[in-house]
Design a protein around this ligand. Structure first.
Ligand SMILES: C[S@@+](CC[C@H](N)C(=O)[O-])C[C@H]1O[C@@H](n2cnc3c(N)ncnc32)[C@H](O)[C@@H]1O
Length: 201
């Protein structure tokens, strides 16, 4: 939930959000299709749009219209059009019914930054059961060798349960289908944010 646009100081390792963007940054090319599963303030959506522009497309989900308004403002301020970034006011667990059918199996990157919208009333928090439905669908919609990042916040109410659910989900993926890695600090706070990376084979 931190602001990923802040550049990391050179003597500090990247945050979970920054790791997610670094991994995806290596992977995406202009013209690719990408999905932001949790648009929020639009930082990741803009990041994705800049990586795939000018000919690629980004689909951005959120359940809050106010979050999508902020996202649209951010991407339009950066010169992106409605054709480049398509905002969808729908829960990400419905992505299989919401994304255009023709992009199934062609999405090069999904990003999920879980939790609540910074500065909001924290009522529209992501939930373990629906998050797992969304992650399973996203793996279906990924292209072969596509990548998915998931940033999880065990430190807030409900976050621990969600982090545990993501850990279990990750551990159950057959390695021949998906490679999974976890990036997290091991000697800082008790509940540091975690970045999960899924690479579809
Ligand atoms: C941590 S914020 C995302 C931050 C965002 N990636 C950014 O760059 O600013 C999490 C977002 O998930 C949204 N959210 C909660 N439940 C959701 C669901 N089921 N489907 C889609 N978005 C959801 C919240 O409304 C919130 O805006």
């Amino acid at each position: 939930m931190s602001n990923p646009t802040k550049s990391p100081q050179p003597w500090i390792l990247p945050s979970a959000v920054e790791w997610a963007q670094r991994v995806v940054s290596e992977h995406l090319r202009p013209g690719d299709l990408a999905v932001d599963g949790t648009a929020g303030n639009g930082h990741d959506t803009l990041f994705l749009a800049q990586k795939v522009s000018p000919s690629g497309r980004v689909f951005a989900f959120d359940v809050l219209e106010s979050a999508l308004e902020r996202t649209r403002q951010r991407v339009s301020d950066a010169g992106m059009t409605d054709e480049q970034v398509i905002t969808l006011c729908a829960p990400h667990e419905t992505l299989a019914h919401t994304l255009p059918a023709e992009i199934r199996g062609k999405v090069q990157a999904f990003m999920f930054n879980l939790g609540y919208l910074p500065g909001s009333d924290k009522t529209r928090i992501t939930m373990a059961d629906t998050t797992l439905l969304a992650l399973a669908s996203a793996l279906d919609w990924l292209a072969p060798r596509g990548i998915m990042t998931v940033v999880v916040y065990p430190g807030h109410p409900g976050g621990d349960e969600e982090a545990e659910a993501v850990r279990f989900f990750a551990s159950q993926r057959p390695a021949r289908e998906v490679e999974v890695q976890q990036i997290r600090p091991v000697n800082r706070s008790q509940h540091p944010p975690e970045c999960w990376v899924f690479l579809k084979r």
